[in-house]
Write a protein that binds this ligand. Structure first.
Ligand code: SF4
Ligand code: SF4
Length: 307
């Protein structure tokens, strides 16, 4: 039976809860990854977080071809080479439950607000002593604004500091609603190059620019995140344009966090039956990252490379 996720009932798919995270806001944090995103970035290191529905990873190297998964699949969604036939798979997880080698794994666990809060509370002591807290990430937590708002309120009720990360390509009302509940917003401003946004992300810049402008007006703690990606937003001209755009607002955000392209998520694409076009793309050298950082610093913007 297909798992139906009903936001009104406050159940969403969470694909990972990362404890002791040091890269998603200040201090020691727990990062909650929502499954579902409005974008389909080809370089994404968490491709399992793009679709809302439960996904099945198939790691061929772990498979001993016992055939148990095929025998239990109610939808004939596993092919002769044990690959998942995506159009038929409903994410029931039956196959993974009988695969004792771990070749088949489920991505996406339906969770309630209370389920998530319970896990987050386990590390309260670390948040308080480090100035940390909980960060909602994804995927895109604003797509689940009702759930996310309720979650942030619950965490605040336990005196836990909160943050969320967003790409900004989301509904403005939902975005403001969530931003008002959060102590910090990590805003992934992907580009300010309209043609790059349209050609690579399929959307213009209206939503992210409007949401960022609204966020600045709210006077919230903000950090800008700049995922620098070869062939998308990394020419000298593009980075200059990006930094020049942000410079007049430099008193409205704490820093620009530069997230260099990497290929660490590449193996997941194959396991999900997706194509990955960045397999042979070269990662940045320290010198190149230093030059990018310098472009921001030259404009009086604090910029740090997140490794
Ligand atoms: S149950 Fe696991 S190990 Fe057995 S055939 Fe299926 S994927 Fe391979
Ligand atoms: S999750 Fe596994 S068992 Fe369920 S439909 Fe998909 S392939 Fe079949």
């Amino acid at each position: 039976m297909e798992i139906i996720l009903d936001q009104e009932k406050h159940v969403v798919n969470i694909f990972k809860i990362q404890r002791f995270s040091l890269h998603d806001g200040p201090g020691i944090r727990t990062t909650v990854f929502f499954q579902g995103c409005p974008l389909r970035c080809g370089w994404c290191s968490n491709p399992e977080g793009q679709l809302k529905k439960t996904r099945i990873f198939y790691y061929e190297s772990l498979c001993i071809h016992c055939g148990k998964c095929i025998s239990v699949c109610p939808n004939k969604a596993i092919g002769p080479a044990f690959e998942t036939i995506q159009a038929r798979c409903v994410g029931c997880g039956e196959c993974a439950s009988v695969c004792y080698t771990g070749a088949r794994q489920v991505s996406g666990t339906p969770m309630t607000v209370q389920d998530v809060v319970e896990i987050c509370l386990a590390d309260s002591m670390f948040y308080f002593h480090s100035g940390g807290g909980v960060t909602l990430s994804g995927g895109e937590p604003v797509m689940f604004s009702e759930f996310s708002c309720e979650l942030l309120k619950e965490l605040k009720a336990h005196n836990i500091s909160t943050a969320f990360e967003t790409c900004g390509y989301v509904d403005e009302t939902d975005f403001i609603h969530l931003a008002k509940e959060s102590d910090l917003v990590l805003f992934d401003l992907k580009t300010i190059d309209e043609s790059a946004s349209i050609s690579m992300l399929g959307q213009d810049l209206k939503k992210p620019i409007q949401n960022l402008t609204s966020l600045f007006e709210l006077k919230k703690r903000v950090r800008i995140r700049f995922a620098v990606i070869p062939g998308f937003n990394d020419t000298e001209e593009q980075v200059n344009e990006y930094a020049t755009y942000l410079a007049p607002y430099s008193d409205k955000f704490e820093q620009v966090e530069i997230l260099p392209f990497h290929r660490l998520g590449g193996g997941k694409y194959q396991a999900l039956g997706m194509s990955y076009e960045y397999q042979d793309v070269v990662e940045y050298s320290d010198r190149e990252l230093s030059e990018i950082t310098g472009i921001f610093r030259d404009r009086g913007i604090k910029a740090v490379v997140m490794s």
